[in-house]
Write a protein that binds this ligand. Structure first.
Ligand code: HAM
Length: 449
């Protein structure tokens, strides 16, 4: 049975489950996503980057033209469909193409350059699912468009490194860097590379035999053993770089040295998207190498022109959030949780219920995270529920308490309770929880025009 048939059979049996390669983000995992998003937003804000969100789907041409016809993404991995008017649309497989399309569509070349944008978005690729590789995955990425300077390449790597430090995984990653030159010097190299493989075709894997014609650079980063042996002896790209590309790369490395970030020169790193020029880099998991690269990027000085704009240099990078989370979990990094509740409100009788409706919200307004069981449960059932919520305190309001304008505070760990005046209960609770633990929310200052 083919892979597709097996998959179809599985899907038939599990029609009401998620399709292969996509997943629910359950509350425990959301803590990681929230934490990563917070770190990214904070570092980007500090660095003057502004957030952009491009649509989940675009005209297929946006991706096809930018990523390249011969790439794995365009050939095999795009979710492409026709709409009701028979226009071809594609779920975004990566972020750069959409950002460049937006840069052009909104005339961002009129803004002070470079335009620095970041995104945190889901992306879609029909990849073969396995650990760290999914069909819907989240990326955060940065794009710096409109200025040509090797310091920008180093700067974007520095920003990435800072985020990894914040997340506690910088020491697990190794930065791999290379230059794949400009279209002019690369052309000469590709001819030499193709010549080198003449007569060796039979030793290549099936995919590489195709690549030899369609996308020869990718021969260098094939994971098959025989292909790797041949790639090892192939002519080296850096021998063919033109003077400008060589100088540019030397400068990038010089600036990188100044940041103190360790890197490895990797002359076989070529990346899987066609738009790159000169600098390419990836962050590899030190224990897994090229497999499951956590992120990658580079310079794409020709892309804006290719998409219909004026010649405009640019550099960017994107990271896979699921792969980052895998690393954080491997390193046993705990992320802060704000989900823990403070108070459970238990009540008996209609009068108590009415009083509780407001009490619950007054507590919440003060920053006390509060839940209440306003259903019909007995007091015993409600206290059992309070235990399940793992709250430190439960407030109990019965018919007697309503009549006497009191309320019971129960310390769940000690199993002790005390009766307090209803009028002071909120202050008492705030004291017990502690001012610094309250969950206060301020939507910020709104300036009305
Ligand atoms: P990319 O190398 O195709 O580059 O993807 C960047 C990262 O997204 C990968 O290193 C990986 O962590 C994650 N990723 C990719 N595919 C999957 C998948 N199927 N499942 C889970 N994670 C995945 C780009 O997308 C470029 N747009 C990066 C860039 C931005 N270059 C310049 N600017």
């Amino acid at each position: 049975m083919s892979d597709d048939q097996t998959e179809q059979k599985k899907q038939k049996l599990n029609r009401l489950q998620t399709p292969l390669g996509v997943f629910d983000i359950l509350p425990e995992d959301h803590l990681y996503y929230t934490h990563i998003k917070k770190v990214v937003r904070h570092r980007c804000r500090q660095s003057g980057f502004r957030r952009i969100t491009t649509p989940i789907f675009e005209f297929t041409d946006v991706f096809q033209r930018s990523i390249g016809d011969a790439t794995d993404i365009v050939q095999k991995e795009m979710y492409t469909f026709s709409d009701r008017k028979d226009r071809s649309l594609t779920l975004k497989p990566e972020g750069t193409a959409g950002v460049v399309r937006a840069y052009l569509q909104h005339g961002m070349k009129e803004l002070p350059q470079p335009v620095e944008l970041y995104y945190i978005e889901p992306h879609f690729r029909y990849d073969r699912p396995q650990k760290g590789r999914y069909r819907q995955f989240w990326q955060f990425g940065f794009e710096v468009i409109g200025e040509l300077d090797p310091a920008l390449d180093a700067q974007i790597i520095q920003l990435s490194h800072k985020i990894f430090e914040d997340l506690g995984i910088a020491h697990m990653l190794s930065l791999q860097i290379n230059s794949i030159g400009c279209p002019i010097c690369r052309e000469e190299y590709i001819t030499q590379l193709q010549n080198y493989y003449v007569g060796k075709e039979r030793s290549l894997c099936e995919i590489c035999r195709e690549r030899l014609v369609k996308n020869p650079l990718r021969l260098l980063d094939c994971k098959e053993e025989d292909c790797q042996i041949l790639a090892q002896l192939a002519p080296k790209l850096n021998m063919y770089l033109c003077k400008e590309c060589k100088e540019f790369h030397a400068k990038v490395l010089e600036f990188l040295e100044a940041t103190g970030i360790e890197y490895q020169k990797n002359d076989k790193l070529v990346r899987g998207l066609d738009y790159y020029t000169r600098t390419v880099f990836e962050f590899w998991d030190k224990s897994e190498g090229a497999q499951n690269s956590v992120g990658g990027g580079g310079r794409y000085d020709g892309l804006i022109e290719l998409m219909g704009g004026a010649s405009t240099p640019a550099v960017g990078v994107a990271f896979g959030m699921e792969r980052i989370i895998l690393n954080m979990k491997k390193e046993k990094i705990e992320v802060p949780s704000k989900d823990d509740l403070h108070i459970f409100v238990a009540q008996l009788g209609d009068e108590a219920k009415k009083t509780c409706l407001n009490l619950i919200w007054e507590l919440r307004e003060r920053g006390v995270k509060t839940v209440g069981a306003l259903g019909k449960g007995s007091m015993k059932a409600q206290l059992r529920l309070a235990d399940k919520f793992k709250v430190p305190y439960t407030l109990i309001l019965g018919i007697t308490e309503v009549r006497e304008n009191t309320i019971i505070i129960r310390d769940m760990a000690k199993g002790q309770q005390k009766i307090v005046s209803f009028d002071t209960v909120i202050d008492e609770v705030v004291n017990l929880i502690g001012e610094k633990n309250l969950d206060k929310y301020s939507p910020g200052e709104v300036v009305y025009g």
